[in-house]
Design a protein around this ligand. Structure first.
Ligand code: AMP
Ligand code: GLY
Length: 431
């Protein structure tokens, strides 16, 4: 069969890599892809947000299955468009993707169906938000309703910070229409974990957990990024807590989506805080995480085509997920300055050497080919995944391979996995 992967990040390279291994798959296309996907798939120069262009391409090439990586095409209704034209596509409809696209929707859903999450209130007027902040006091978490490229969440540790953020969102409209409504919620304390689940609208298959590292710098300091590294499995998520997550969060959410008339098909991403009062939802996403996909997909033994087909047929209950016993840890190599301003077009050295390392996988994100040279093309450039019998071995493999790669301004975190493993020296402190 012919498969199309929509997107161009590290997650999409991991999806291409995983799908290309399926004995059922003859050819993979990536739209638009990156320099890494080009080695396993044919890149197609259609943007992930060009729904009509993607439809035309899928019809012309008679694509058998389309897998949508990022949130923007999902919330724009790419799946609805493909389904409307009789094409097989893996991902939630526009209405179901609102679980990520509108935090007012997802918080309302959780409140209505008693799914554990931080207490919250919705505001559209600054004055009302101000009175609430004055009354509650810090710490508080402020969230713009709509998609804001990962920048729409502000954790305010003082009342002043909260007031400034509320003013910026509601009055100065720094996020435009995504900030028409503002959520202010209770600050939750604990360890964060990502739990992904496959859903066919009715049945839920929980994946092995992973832990992201969102802050730019070591010690979880600096600004939030899309994610600087991840590992799986997560020792903090015991079997008992995992069952709690499944029974109090994932299954009730999938059932709630049915009750709301927008059944959820695809990967449901639950960002969870393990609080002293039990696991609570920080956010839902309508897709695989990035870089979580770069550690979860290499561990998944089951064919992703089988998952997609069972999902489309509504028979995920007949599927059992098989996992490789190895642990995985991924380190993101980012452009200097990310998530703020950074340069692109810088030559990357050492890719082949890193990819030749045993138990290491080089996933490309913001890269492109210029003649013979691969150059940087985004904030997150590469994700280097190490695999090993345990997390410590996986970390060693990942950092060894990452250390072979260089480009001007390269920035990486040296402490990926610290919550599970403690701090350590990676041997590439010079970077
Ligand atoms: P989100 O995009 O909603 O996951 O938020 C981004 C980050 O903000 C999360 O990964 C958490 O680190 C933090 N965050 C979000 N909501 C809360 C909360 N209620 N309490 C504490 N931290 C939060
Ligand atoms: N790594 C966080 C996300 O994919 O949203």
């Amino acid at each position: 069969m012919k498969v199309l992967v929509v997107g161009s990040g590290g997650r999409e390279h991991a999806l291409v890599w995983k799908l290309a291994q399926s004995p059922r798959v003859k050819k993979v296309f990536a739209a638009p892809g990156n320099a890494g996907t080009a080695e396993l798939a044919e890149n197609v120069s259609v943007a992930a947000t060009d729904s009509l262009g993607l439809l035309q391409f899928a019809q012309m090439k008679r694509i058998d299955l389309t897998v949508v990586g990022p949130e923007a095409p999902l919330t724009a209704g790419l799946v609805d468009l493909f389904v409307g034209h009789g094409l097989a596509v893996y991902g939630p409809t526009r209405a179901a993707a609102a679980i990520e696209g509108s935090k007012v929707f997802s918080k309302g859903l959780m409140q209505k169906y008693n799914i554990p999450t931080a207490e919250h209130q919705v505001f559209s007027q600054f004055e009302e938000a101000r009175s609430y902040i004055e009354a509650k006091g810090a710490p508080l978490v402020l969230k713009a309703d709509g998609l804001a490229a990962g920048k729409g969440v502000i954790v305010a540790f003082t009342k002043e910070e909260a007031l400034i953020a509320a003013h910026e969102i509601l009055t100065e409209r720094c996020f435009g229409a995504a900030g028409d409504r503002l959520i202010i919620e209770e600050y939750l304390e604990g360890e964060e974990v990502t739990v992904l689940a496959f859903s066919d609208g009715e049945h839920v298959l929980t994946l092995e957990a992973s832990q992201d590292h969102k802050r730019a710098f070591d010690g979880d300091r600096g600004p939030n990024t899309g994610g600087m590294g991840a590992y799986s499995p997560v020792p903090a998520l015991t079997r008992e807590i995992r069952e709690q997550v499944e029974n109090t969060i994932l299954k009730p959410t999938v059932a709630a989506m049915v009750a709301e008339g927008c059944p959820y098909h695809g990967v449901l991403y639950a960002g969870i805080m393990l609080t002293s009062a039990g696991p609570k939802v920080l956010e839902f996403n309508a897709r695989f995480g990035d870089p979580e996909a770069q550690v979860v997909l290499p561990r998944l033994e089951t064919d992703l085509v089988e998952v997609a087909e069972a999902t489309l047929a509504g028979r995920l209950d007949s599927l059992h997920l098989a996992w490789r016993p190895e642990a995985a840890l991924t380190v993101v190599l980012a452009s200097g300055g990310n998530p703020g301003r950074y340069e692109t077009g810088l030559p990357i050295q050492g890719l082949a050497q890193a990819a030749a390392q045993p138990d290491a996988l080089v996933f490309h994100a913001g890269t492109r080919r210029e003649g013979e040279q691969v150059v940087t093309a985004g904030g997150r450039v590469l994700a280097i995944t190490g695999m090993g019998p345990d997390l410590a071995a996986a970390r060693e493999r990942a950092y060894e391979a990452a250390g072979m790669i260089d480009f001007p301004g390269l920035h990486l975190r040296r402490d990926i996995g610290w919550r599970a493993l403690g701090s350590f020296s990676t041997g590439n402190e010079g970077k």
